[in-house]
Design a protein around this ligand. Structure first.
Ligand code: HEM
Length: 430
């Protein structure tokens, strides 16, 4: 087993993620000062857990990049989206390509990436602009309340649904199930007492069945909705992504309606919940740093792109993704055993002082900004990074053009999660 001495930090334990942001940042800074990735003992209390020993916490920028590049040694299967072991059928059902490796992943990624082309993004631009404008119209008409519900959550869900051709009447359902999926360890969405989660660090064995049922029900509702639309589009093609995915491309490649359904779960989780967090963190950070807000307002068009990159770096909406060692090997010169869990802490890599000057400072003019908020180089780099950038820059431009005095009020209510740095609610004023 890989061990290093150093501070006792447990970034797998939910109590760690309830600590103030500065304390967590200081803990990761201490881990980065160690000469090797740290082995963190972790008692996975899930009943189907085959191993109970812990995970390797990869916290430096260079080490995360090394791991994402070595995809044959550090695999996304059986699950990349969960620190807790889940049955393989469930991780594939809910995670689609994010939990796959090798040829199965390459095939799925190729089929989807072709349709996620810059040409498609260019076609979406006007629609995103109109959606953002309507969201601001509604804020002006109804007055500010909760920024997440009124603004941050709306745009990403509407964009994903527009992209796939999901009718407006299903949008609220998609938002609801997305929140359930991403909130799998938050008291509000699980019904588990906060004190329990903070004491034990994770849901307990007695919560697994009801928790799994809740997650499966939410995922199944999304798979069923999109699978049904996929079958309809096979018979009756439309101008949307579901249609192009279920019909063969130039190479004869296509997805089955069910594969499109499981892909949709991933798009909702990896795409809309993360973009929602980015837009919410943007308002929070720009409120907390008025001099950065002034800089942005001085040259909105010129600086909004850099501001979004810096929000993704500083807030790191995705805390970590997991890898599992496919065989014995090494990472940063330290041995790793086959089957060991390796957690890539993107949030820590994004504050690595070897790469970013004054890394805790929020600076929208930071350049270059080689953050790993969308993942490291390798086969799983975020497929929707450019879409996320387009959505976030459009939303911020619209907000700060029409409501330049917009600001967050009070502290945001954060999601309790060791996976997503999510914002549940945030009051705002204009
Ligand atoms: C700011 C918003 C976003 C952030 C921070 C983000 C972050 C990430 C990260 C860190 C990964 C790498 C996973 C890994 O290491 O295994 C990833 C993968 C992925 N993202 Fe994003 N993402 C965002 C928005 C989006 C959007 C808008 C979409 C699509 C609509 C999307 C679709 C995907 C997909 C499909 C993958 C899996 C790719 C694969 O396994 O080959 N993401 N994302």
């Amino acid at each position: 087993m890989t061990t290093t001495s150093g501070p006792q930090v447990d970034p797998g334990h939910l109590a760690f993620w309830a600590l103030p942001q500065q304390e967590r940042a200081a803990a990761f800074a201490a881990l980065r000062r160690l000469d090797a990735p740290r082995w963190v003992p972790f008692r996975n209390r899930m009943p189907f857990t085959p191993t109970d020993d812990g995970f390797l916490a990869v916290v430096r920028h260079a080490h995360v990049v090394e791991a994402t590049r070595a995809a044959d040694l550090f695999g996304n299967a059986p699950t990349a989206a969960s620190l807790y072991d889940v049955p393989p059928w469930l991780s594939r059902y809910l995670g689609s390509m994010i939990n796959m490796d090798g040829p199965a992943h390459a095939r799925m990624r190729k089929v989807v990436a072709r349709r996620f082309s810059p040409r498609l993004l260019a076609r979406l631009t006007d629609g995103i602009q109109q959606r953002a404008a309507r969201i601001v119209d509604d804020v002006i008409a109804h007055g500010p309340g909760d920024f997440v519900a009124q603004v941050a959550q709306r745009l990403p869900v509407e964009v994903i649904c527009d992209l796939l051709g999901i009718p407006e009447r299903h949008h609220a359902l998609v938002a609801h199930h997305g929140t359930t999926l991403v909130g799998f360890s938050d008291p509000e969405y699980t019904g588990i007492r906060r004190e329990y989660l903070l004491r034990h660090g994770a849901p307990g064995p007695q919560h697994v069945l009801p928790g799994s049922l809740r997650i499966v029900r939410a995922g199944h509702a999304l798979v069923t909705l999109v699978g049904r639309l996929g079958r309809e589009r096979l018979r009756d093609p439309r101008d949307d992504l579901i249609t192009t995915l279920v019909h063969a491309d130039a190479d004869g490649e296509r997805l089955t309606p069910r594969e499109v359904g499981t892909l949709f779960v991933l798009l909702v989780l990896a795409g809309s919940e993360t973009t929602r967090a980015t837009i919410a963190h943007a308002l929070s950070l720009l409120t907390a740093h008025p001099e950065q807000r002034e800089l942005l307002l001085e040259d909105l068009d010129g600086r909004v792109g850099g501001a979004v990159e810096e929000v993704v770096r500083h807030a790191s909406p995705v805390i970590q993704f997991r890898r599992t060692a496919t065989r014995d090997g090494d990472l940063a010169g330290h041995p790793v055993r086959a089957g060991q869990k390796v957690l890539l802490f993107y949030c820590s890599a994004n504050r690595d002082e070897d790469v970013f000057a004054d890394p805790d400072r929020f600076d929208i003019t930071r350049s270059p900004n080689p953050h790993l908020g969308f993942g490291g180089p390798g086969p799983h780099f975020c497929l929707g990074a450019n879409l996320a950038r387009l959505e976030a820059t459009t939303m911020l431009r619209e907000l700060y053009t029409r409501l330049p005095g917009i600001r967050a009020v009070g502290e945001p209510e954060m999601l309790l999660s060791n996976f997503t740095h999510g914002v549940k609610r945030m009051r705002f004023a204009v």
